[in-house]
Design a protein around this ligand. Structure first.
Ligand code: ZN
Length: 235
């Protein structure tokens, strides 16, 4: 076991972090809530940039059954989570979850303060549309805070797959991540490279873009893919 002392930004527990091996991205877990590094990095950024998040109107895209999403749902009365349910009309609820497509949201213009998601953007077909939709539905000063794998070794963002009405074109070996609502997994459509911030500013000029890559054992922020993005509606 590899261990670090510290305080978990997700659960505020002080029991520290432990990993069975050095693939910290999936292995360095909080000993109390089981959070992994990107969840703690996200929670850290949320507390830093939106310390008022408990009293805002917030949308989480594709939450997983994990401590970081539970904390927001429990502590923020204005929280709504959504999934891409192909069989539920967009905007309608299935249980506690709203049916939404991040590329075509049903929220009215300027109706939210915050969009959050963890590792969703690498699965969307049109990230430009997703950014424009997040911006459209945010009030001025509203924010989108999210994680997505960022490849510093890639000069340019790489498209991995394109989703068409009648199928998928793969532009490399197909890659799938776990999907909270499907056993088939979630198709990876992009590997984001060093041009990502420029691309995002181009896609939606009304967003300012901040990328943080905290490395801090005392919050269990260690290992690969530690990037968190903070977009603020400035126009
Ligand atoms: Zn924890």
């Amino acid at each position: 076991m590899i261990t670090y002392q510290g305080t978990c930004p997700v659960c505020a527990g002080t029991a520290g972090f432990a990993a069975r091996n050095d693939w910290f991205r999936d292995e360095l877990k909080c000993r109390e809530c089981g959070s992994i590094p990107r969840e703690r990095i996200f929670a850290w950024a949320l507390d830093l940039f939106r310390p008022d998040w408990r009293s805002v109107e917030m949308h989480e895209c594709s939450p997983a059954e994990r401590a970081v999403s539970r904390r927001m749902a429990e502590q923020c009365p204005g929280y709504v989570g959504s999934q891409f349910f192909a069989d539920v009309p967009r905007g309608e609820m299935r249980g506690a979850m709203r049916s939404e497509d991040i590329e075509a949201l049903t929220f009215p213009d300027q109706s939210l303060d915050l969009h959050v998601h963890l590792d969703v953007m690498e699965h969307v077909n049109r990230p430009d549309r997703a950014l424009r939709e997040m911006c459209r539905t945010l009030r001025p000063g509203g924010m989108a805070i999210f994680t997505t794998p960022f490849y510093p070794g890639l000069e340019k963002t790489l498209r991995r797959a394109i989703r068409f009405e009648d199928g998928i074109e793969h532009l490399g070996a197909p890659e799938y991540h776990g999907n909270p609502i499907s056993d088939e997994g979630a198709l990876v459509t992009f590997h984001y490279g060093r041009d990502l911030n420029t691309l995002m500013r181009m896609w939606e000029p009304n967003f300012s873009v901040t990328q943080l890559i905290p490395e801090d054992p005392s919050i269990g922020a260690m290992g690969d893919f530690r990037d968190v993005f903070v977009l603020r509606r400035i126009g």
